[in-house]
Design a protein around this ligand. Structure first.
Ligand code: GDD
Ligand code: GTP
Length: 417
């Protein structure tokens, strides 16, 4: 029997996703019209024989309750949220909730990091995992290629090219190890719990008076690294779309790709298709949104619940969150407009795309820090937090506006506190 676990982390992380993560847990941030983690749930629910999905994190349970019950009824699957009492690390939670994961006789489970997105080849990975010669491996890791330089930001894997066994694993190395990187998507055999138990027990002796440290287990350092070279870890390489969602800029990139997947995965009904408003490329419009027939949307735009888009508005490569209003003839490019925000008439809100370098094969997005070495804001998408008001006839360029601001004038390359 097969299950799945999604690691969604908790409130003190995700600083690079502010101010949007101030309103809502990052896994619930909508991309292509659905909460980010719903895309993972949807992909997992499509794997035949998968019986249950457990979301593990340290957000207060009440923040996840409604979402998980909606997901359970949408996908007709057992979907539950299990709350860690503190950050237990990327493997501590699985160990802590081992009985829930094994319940019902699960002999294998997927583990997916909540902060990655992509077109995950889950079924193919599972077949690969189950058809290794000899004993079923303890773990199969999903991997992809990165550029030499970017690979050092990820877990790096050296594999036996013929057997696909993991020979070496180094987490975020300081010098180049391999351009095959860990995607944060795994299949574990339930025998992994024996290893986790040994690890946990040895920790108890070591840290006997520091409760928090002794319970945290880091999958990458404590499990994957020692498993490399033992014949119990395998790697399944994919060349499909994959990216992290660490920064708000990466949400725009993920939005574009998930919209594209709707077309490919025969979910075209989710995409807007009308002549008025004019729709270019892939666009999601929530059924409750009001869009004036003279507006032009796309490519790669998501319009949330109860949004109002007035006459002559142009929106491209952006996410407009619930209850926002975009007044006449305004233009929104490479931006995220927060919940309940308003953009006046003839204004322009524009950001800079942070896409992977198209001229470098296998390039991933650079998750650049907010500020450069001179203390200036790195050009990125423009983000308006919730309840922001942009007046008429101004320009907001490459800026981040914190929630509840009434902007008095135009801004460029600034964080508006
Ligand atoms: N429940 C829970 N508890 N989740 C956690 C915890 C925790 O204590 N710590 C991290 N997570 C979740 C995060 O929310 C995220 O979804 C995922 O686990 C990965 O966490 P990070 O610790 O931020 O790791 P990373 O993203 O920098 O690197 C990992 O993912 C890369 C791919 O995106 C590593 O596995 C790398 O090797 C890998 O390349
Ligand atoms: P820093 O490295 O501290 O800048 O954060 P990050 O953006 O790299 O976040 P990280 O990937 O380490 O952890 C992200 C996880 O934390 C996500 O999967 C979310 O589950 C969670 N998270 C991130 N931001 C927030 C937030 O501000 N509010 C809440 N409620 N949850 C968040």
């Amino acid at each position: 029997m097969l299950k799945a676990v999604i690691l969604i982390g908790g409130p003190q992380k995700g600083t690079r996703f502010r101010p949007l993560s101030l309103e809502i847990p990052k896994p619930l941030f909508p991309v292509a019209g659905l909460p980010t983690v719903q895309h993972h749930i949807e992909a997992l629910a499509a794997v035949p024989g998968l019986r249950e999905i457990l979301l593990i994190g340290y957000f207060p349970a009440n923040q996840m309750a409604q979402f998980t019950s909606e997901m359970a009824s949408t996908y007709k699957l057992r979907i539950r949220y299990l709350q860690e009492y503190t950050a237990l690390g990327t493997a501590g939670g699985i160990y802590h909730f081992r009985d829930q994961i094994r319940a019902g006789g699960a002999d294998a489970f997927f583990l997916v990091n909540g902060d990655v997105c992509g077109d995950f080849p889950l079924q193919e990975m599972l077949t690969f995992h189950q058809t290794r010669p000899g004993k079923t491996p303890l773990v199969t890791l999903l991997a992809t290629e990165a550029t030499r330089q970017q690979s050092c930001m990820y877990g790096c894997i050296v594999e036996n090219k013929e057997t696909h066994e993991v020979l070496h694993y180094v987490e975020k190395p300081s010098t180049f190890v391999s351009n095959v990187i860990n995607c944060g998507v795994y299949i574990f055999s339930s025998d992994i719990f024996t290893l986790l138990q040994e690890l946990y027990n040895s920790r108890q002796d070591f840290y006997s008076d520091e409760v928090e440290n002794s319970e945290a287990i880091h999958l990458e350092l404590d499990v994957l690294k020692p498993l490399a070279g033992t014949g119990q870890a395998y790697v399944f390489c994919s060349d499909r779309w994959w990216s992290q969602i660490k920064t708000a800029g990466s949400a725009i990139y993920a939005n574009r790709h998930y919209l594209q997947l709707y077309r490919r995965n025969k979910r075209v009904e989710r995409l807007a298709a009308t002549n008025f408003p004019v729709i270019y490329g892939d666009v999601f419009v929530h059924p409750s949104a009001t869009v004036h027939p003279s507006a032009v949307l796309g490519p790669n735009v998501s319009i949330g619940k109860n949004v109002t888009i007035a006459a002559g508005v142009r929106i491209k490569e952006s996410i407009i969150l619930g209850n926002a209003t975009i007044h006449e003839h305004s233009c929104i490019l490479y931006s995220i407009i927060g919940w309940n925000s308003t953009v006046g008439c003839w204004s322009r809100v524009e950001g800079t795309p942070c896409d992977p370098n198209p001229n470098k094969p296998f390039a991933k997005m650079d998750n650049v820090p907010l500020f450069n070495t001179e203390g200036r804001l790195n050009p990125s998408i423009t983000i308006l937090g919730c309840n922001v008001t942009v007046p008429s006839e101004v320009i907001v360029l490459n800026s981040i506006v914190l929630p509840h601001k009434d902007l008095p004038h135009s801004y460029k390359n600034e964080i508006i506190l």
